[in-house]
Design a protein around this ligand. Structure first.
Ligand code: MN
Length: 226
């Protein structure tokens, strides 16, 4: 019989709205810039394929009231994002197949050490220290939603002043396409969370700031940086 060398850490979970159930997180995939500042041109061929990065499953900070200001940065940025939560897996999926994997959606913030990201970009270094740090993925409860994904507004304020606003419908790659593209690169599984990119207006937050985000039809998220 197999014995662990030490008690394994608890699986990260996210609450499910309207239920006592919790969603077990397997991993977190995030898509890079995915909102056009201007109306996108006609024709899919003009779109660059989405690029992805990852955060560890235990980066989720579910229903946070506070989020710790991370070490080693002086330029922590907020990125409000729609998050798709998968109830099933697959690979090499079409968008039509991909959307059927979705259990529901949450509101997430892709916290970013922007200074470390800029340094990594300049040196062609990996992004983990900029993106995949502890508590770098604050997230709301998951709202179970099947069928068409949300299409409403997505917005974030800091200390009551709006910083970011966009429309889910303005994504360059929609939710189904993002999941389908991810499934060309990884075998997706139940428990995967997909952060789908952020609209314009990212900016710095500091200790004491109150961050409030919302996606219409999905929910709200608010926390104080400590
Ligand atoms: Mn992001």
């Amino acid at each position: 019989m197999m014995t662990y060398t030490f008690p394994p850490p608890a699986r990260p979970v996210v609450p499910v709205e309207g239920s006592s159930d919790v969603f077990p997180v397997r991993r977190i995939l995030c898509v890079g810039r995915n909102y056009a500042a201007h109306a996108r041109e006609m024709g899919d061929d003009a779109r660059d394929p989405p690029f992805f990065f990852a955060k560890p499953a235990d980066a989720v900070a579910p229903l946070p009231t506070t989020v710790p200001y991370p070490s080693a940065t002086s330029d922590l940025h907020h990125e409000i994002e729609l998050v798709a939560a998968l109830k099933a897996g697959g690979e090499n999926l079409t968008p039509e197949q991909a959307i059927d994997l979705v259990f529901g959606y949450a509101v997430g913030v892709d916290l970013t050490r922007r200074d470390l990201q800029a340094a990594a970009k300049a040196k062609s270094h990996p992004w983990e220290a900029a993106k995949a740090f502890d508590a770098s993925a604050p997230i709301s409860a998951i709202r179970p939603i099947s069928g068409p994904p949300p299409q409403g507004a997505i917005f974030l304020s800091v200390n009551g002043v709006e910083r970011q606003r966009g429309q889910i419908a303005d994504m360059i790659w929609n939710v189904a396409e993002v999941i389908a593209q991810a499934s060309q690169l990884w075998r997706l599984e139940a428990g995967d969370l997909i952060f789908t990119g952020t609209p314009e207006g990212v900016g710095a937050i500091v200790r004491g700031d109150r961050v409030e985000g919302e996606v219409e039809g999905v929910g709200k998220l608010s926390f104080t940086v400590v």
